[in-house]
Write a protein that binds this ligand. Structure first.
Ligand SMILES: Cc1ncc(COP(=O)(O)O)c(C=O)c1O
Length: 458
């Protein structure tokens, strides 16, 4: 049994539990329509939800959304929320950005999927190069798929079997990434995987982020096709690269003939062109999913001219048969219409400038609350993405971030924020500021965070 006086992130466990219970009761009381609708209609779904992640929210049951506009959600009971989760980055530029909604509506009457490109597709190719760099692009539907396909190409062109990832990473439903460092440093399958029968140490290596000697040692064995990395680790509590880390990561991967794949699916918050362009990085392959089509399912993966030439040479010699790359509904005309509008009119310098300004306001406000109440926490920001972390000091790697994560405390804060009209991501305390997020919304979130922090720390 947990000691009720034990401090979690500076707060007694019994206080956290009491707040969580109170907020759960409030959540339920103001959602009678939602409760009744779920009781009537949720049974056909495994676990009562259409996708099991929808039970990750720290509320007794999920909200049923009636509509979302700009950076606001309304549930079927009429509760309005300022949305800082924004579909966990899929709607990072706001819900249904007007140019994207218009483009989707126009395409919707001209056919939804053909297995053939459109003129929009050609425009998207140009826009992708303009925004992210001179890569040779392919379109997929999820970032998980894009990562899987990039890894296939990396293995094909290097002739090497293994992928190196960082402890506590997340790159989607990609088997190679579901590893943790074992006692002797070798990769072991992460606990909790469903239906995993392959020993992933055969195809993966895992080390800590920001550990250059470990990187050099792992690459020196000459069996790593690619390092798959987020430029900043975002899927634990955010971990920033040490100064100079990316330069060394690039130097060592080149030295050892390993490709560098940067997955920008979350770090696209950094600025136009993602962390890569903002910080002048030089990956061999670039992956982006979630917001690339303004919230419509789409992802892109690109490779440098050099990798493309190596892939062409490989492809010319492989036996006939399915490559394992591609899915039927990918590169459909709806995706191209949405991507074209999003890349040209929504993912712009001006919108990033707005996001940066709003996120800086949020960062300052939260940091000030933490300091005033003497909470042993800190705030970290990567462009439009802000997180509060219930740990006193910045984190250097996934294992530190694992320890810093305080699920019970974070859930209680989250639940209290929702009942004060502010929705943040259901884990890792992520808050995104979109170009249409108002200063009033940001200030309401800061005020709600102030109220709950004051109660927790009193
Ligand atoms: C960095 C990163 N890559 C890939 C993915 C997978 O995206 P999807 O679930 O859309 O396939 C995620 C999802 O959170 C992610 O954070």
């Amino acid at each position: 049994m947990t000691d009720p006086q034990m401090l979690v992130g500076g707060v007694a466990a019994d206080r956290i539990a009491a707040i969580q219970a109170r907020e759960a009761a409030i959540f339920t009381r103001i959602r009678p329509g939602t409760r009744a609708a779920l009781d009537k209609g949720a049974a056909p779904f495994l676990g009562g939800v259409p996708m099991l992640w929808m039970t990750d929210w720290p509320q007794p049951f999920p909200m049923l959304v009636a509509k979302a506009e700009g950076a606001r959600l309304t549930d079927i009971d009429g509760n309005r929320l300022d949305d800082f989760c924004l579909g966990d980055t899929g709607s990072m530029f706001g819900h249904s950005p007007e140019p994207v909604a218009r483009a989707i509506a126009a395409q919707a009457t001209r056919g939804l999927t053909y297995r053939l490109p459109t003129e929009d597709a050609l425009e998207v190719g140009q826009l992708l190069q303009d925004r992210f760099g001179p890569f040779r692009w392919q379109i997929a539907t999820t970032a998980s798929d894009a990562n899987r396909f990039a890894l296939r190409v990396a293995r094909a062109v290097t002739g090497r079997p293994k992928v190196l990832v960082f402890a506590a990473c997340y790159h989607g439903a990609v088997d190679e990434t579901f590893v943790a460092p074992g006692a002797d440093g070798a990769a072991v399958n992460r606990p909790g995987l469903v239906g995993q029968v392959v020993d992933l140490s055969q195809i993966s290596k895992v080390i800590e982020f920001n550990d250059l000697p470990a990187l050099e040692a792992a690459l020196a064995e000459g069996d790593v096709a690619a390092v798959l990395a987020e430029p900043v680790m975002t899927n634990c509590c955010m971990v920033l690269p040490d100064p100079g880390y990316h330069a060394e990561l690039r130097r060592l991967t080149r030295k050892h003939g390993t490709l560098l794949i940067l997955d920008e699916t979350h770090t696209i918050s950094s600025g136009l062109g993602g962390y890569t362009r903002t910080h002048g990085l030089e990956p061999d392959m670039f992956v982006l999913g979630k917001p690339v089509a303004g919230g419509l399912p789409a992802s892109v993966w690109g490779m440098t001219e050099d990798v493309a030439a190596r892939y062409k040479a490989f492809d010319a010699t492989r036996p006939a048969g399915f490559s394992g790359i591609g899915t039927t509904l990918s590169a459909n005309p709806l995706q191209f219409a949405a991507m074209r509008a999003n890349l040209a009119q929504v993912m712009t310098e001006e919108n990033y400038a707005r996001m940066e300004k709003g996120a800086a306001r949020l960062e300052r406000g939260l940091a000030d609350v933490i300091q005033r109440h003497g909470a042993p926490w800190h705030v970290v920001r990567v462009g439009a993405r802000v997180e509060f972390i219930c740990h006193p000091t910045p984190l250097r790697n996934g294992s530190e971030s694992h320890v810093a994560h305080k699920p019970a405390l974070e859930k209680a804060i989250h639940a209290a924020l929702v009942n004060r009209g502010c929705l943040i991501a259901p884990f890792h305390n992520m808050m995104l500021v979109s170009p249409v997020t108002g200063a009033d919304q940001i200030d309401r979130l800061i005020a709600a965070f102030d109220e709950i922090t004051a109660e927790l720390m009193e």
